[in-house]
Ligand binder design. Sequence first.
Ligand code: NAG
Ligand code: NAG
Ligand code: NAG
Ligand code: NAG
Length: 621
Amino acid sequence: MKATPVFWAFAGLQSLAAAETIAEINGNRFLSPFAGKAVSITGLLIAKGPKGIWIRSTTPDDDDATSEAIYVLSNSIGSELAIGDIISLDGEVSEYRSSDSYIYLTEITVPENVQVVSSGNAVKPLVIGKDTLSPPTVQYTSLDEGDIYNVPNGVANISDKNPVLEPSKYGLDFWESLSGELVTVKAPRAIKTPNKYGDTWVVGDWAVTGENKHGGITMSDKDSNPEVINIGSPLDGTKNPSDSKMGDQFEDITGVVQQAFGFYSILPLTAIKTTTAASAAAPPTSLISQGKCNALTIGSYNVENLAPTSAHLPNVASQIVEYLKTPDLLFIQEVQDDSGPTDDGVVTANATLTALVSAIQAISNVTYAFTEVEPVSNADGGQPGGNIRVAYLYRPGVVSLYKPNKGGADDATQVVAAQGKGKGKGKAKGYGVAPELSFNPGRVDPANPAWKDTRKPLAAAWKAKGASRPFYTVNVHWSSKGGGTSLHGDQRPPINGAVEARTAQANVTGSFIAKILDFDPTANVIAAGDFNEFAFVQPLKTFEAVSKMVELDEAVETPAEERYTYAYDMNAQALDHMFVSPALAKSKTTQFEHIHVNSWAAFNDVVSDHDPSVALFDLCG
Ligand SMILES: *[C@@H]1O[C@H](CO)[C@@H](O)[C@H](O)[C@H]1NC(C)=O
Ligand SMILES: *[C@@H]1O[C@H](CO)[C@@H](O)[C@H](O)[C@H]1NC(C)=O
Ligand SMILES: *[C@@H]1O[C@H](CO)[C@@H](O)[C@H](O)[C@H]1NC(C)=O
Ligand SMILES: *[C@@H]1O[C@H](CO)[C@@H](O)[C@H](O)[C@H]1NC(C)=O
């Protein structure tokens, strides 16, 4: 780190002749070249915390890659020292982490022979982006080789490769190069609700990429936003506000950069203070059904472990009415069985779905019908005993199942030639005409090992009011990213939990849809739900290639930064998608909106962890 504040030019200190400078101890890599060694250092006390102090070098070097500050761990050291003291001490260089999935923190332990050299020196925080480089906005580390979602994941560990820091290029290198420093974030803005500890992800007044209209930062292909930094627990024991949310503006934040609980964080001197709160009021969908095939609305919503007695059930119902405007057909995910998470062998969800339909009916005049297929108990993952599954709500006057024939948990629905008609010229019998599903609704290849411990997609064929032919839907909830590691983690690229499982699921789901389009390349097909994956990552690339479906955000050209249904750590991101067949992708009627009822809400007002989406289609022919 280059010197800026003037007091570093400290003449008399040379005589103290500290054996190592702090920059030498930190080195220009993640791990210290002095790890495990005894050192003698001199530095300016810049901050005090409950378990130690941070000191800044009085003899800085000229290298942006080497931090000039370091943490000194000690329960006893702080009390007799004051901010602004220049001190010398002996200690041992240590690399610490509490989990082997974290990056190490370089610190000085067992400090002894602590001496105050002088007192009352000025302490000036480094303003990020002014006194330091600006945080890189795209890449995290050289070990990700250009794409943090490359497969395979976890091919290298930072703790093993220990690359030379390039703080102007890579986000983790940038934050590591400031480890221990006292910094100021000017004009900070929250990019999501804090977690339950008050950890708050922010950006400052530096350049960012992916800024959405609400002030969040949205990830895109190969850009997962390392410029966003976590504000951790305040050093003075106060607590960050729990009610901040995406887009809220804060007073300037000053604190120390520290690797804490697996994330580079700024531990503020005192709690964050909000200056301007963003609106939590998401606009409702502008897409309105005409009640017949020429303009039909279709929504999708992961309702987060919905059980008949869920406290959030009435709020889900009111969101469906107020914000989604009771779409004609609604794909829902995470519907639990009638006994909720009680592990009692119950798999029916009639009570859950009836409760939701009744709650919707009570506040609108809309009476939904529903359909789903009960899973085998505890075979589809999720909360044990909850037996989450996907389901459809539909408005019977507007859409109806086409030749209904509900399958069971083990019945694989097949795409079959229309019965009793259609002899496509020069083609196999039935090709070129609307196919049927052998089970409607029916599960897609439920015995395929790709679906072990996860939700099976539910396919259905429907007839819209006034339509001349059916349309087809596949409601998905692929395996979650559980078991993955964070974007700030040691393993590179980070472990994208269950990515191989989702790629296999993409192939099975995609192959099923491809059969519909083989029969009739002009068929109207909609696949939607919680794919648990980003559009630009392998599973969805596989899905597009195998199915020939088009991502609806692409078809309607949603701006890249407005494509999000979820806020996680530093990123607004899209785990939920709709994909449509080429006919619907080309149709001028097709529209699509993400409704940010949850990603904009404060912690206590969040109804589900996902945002719903609504589309409008012409499904007449
Ligand atoms: C990275 O570290 C983890 C945890 O120690 C270990 O399980 C994994 O094998 C390591 N990966 C490589 C590529 O060395
Ligand atoms: C579903 O639940 C409703 C309300 O409790 C009840 O009237 C209906 O008979 C149930 N249907 C089935 C198929 O169990
Ligand atoms: C529901 O229907 C009743 C009777 O037709 C009508 O008076 C009322 O305005 C309707 N409410 C809504 C929310 O549409
Ligand atoms: C999809 O699965 C089939 C059958 O197992 C396999 O032959 C094919 O290579 C897979 N395709 C992709 C893209 O994974």
